[in-house]
Design a protein around this ligand. Structure first.
Ligand code: HEC
Length: 153
């Protein structure tokens, strides 16, 4: 009688540990995979050196239409400020990179290297007051697609 009781209790304990441990493992896995895709423009995703390079290319290739300070021109929209950020909010650095690479400079789309386009994206993000970090913004789509553009931290 006593023996059977212990066995049932053990089984019950095993069931209980499954109930606790399995969801815990699942939660850890979910957190890890979420961490892999939850970088945002607030996480220091470009470097200061890169921003300076981007500024040089921007001045040569983009400033005549979008303005020295990215505030826009006669036809070209601003690349800085609330209207710009609201439009890009929820999209990724990869989306911005691709639009620029495929359509800009408008008279000669796609003529710059991926590195130069990434440098320009870094420069645009920096001008929109997102923080610089240690590493450069990667020019590979897979890496760029992981960085979300968010208005708030
Ligand atoms: C000859 C003028 C001209 C040049 C040079 C130019 N752009 Fe543009 N750009 C435009 C115009 C006009 C639009 C709006 C086009 C549209 O909405 O279809 C635009 C749109 C954009 C947009 C989309 C803005 C938004 O909020 O949707 C981005 C980003 C952009 N340009 C970046 C650049 C960058 C970076 C360069 C330099 C590599 C560049 N442009 C060079 C004229 C120009």
């Amino acid at each position: 009688m006593a023996k059977r009781w212990t066995r049932t209790r053990r089984r019950r304990e095993r069931n209980l540990s499954c109930l606790v441990i399995r969801p815990a493992i699942l939660l850890i896995l979910l957190t890890c995979s979420a961490a892999a895709v939850s970088r945002s423009v607030w996480d220091g995703v470009f470097s200061k050196v890169q921003v300076r390079r981007g500024q040089t290319v921007y001045r040569e290739e983009c400033a005549k239409c979008h303005g020295e300070n990215l505030t826009g021109g006669e036809d070209a929209p601003p690349l800085v400020g609330n209207a710009f950020l609201k439009k890009w909010q929820g999209k990724t650095a990869g989306d911005l990179f691709e639009v620029i690479r495929k359509t800009m400079p408008s008279e000669d789309p796609g003529t710059l290297s991926r590195r130069q386009y990434a440098d320009i994206v870094a420069y645009i993000l920096n001008t929109n007051d997102f923080p610089a970090g240690e590493k450069e913004l990667d020019s590979a789509s897979a890496a760029l697609d992981e960085i979300r553009i968010e208005l708030k931290r």
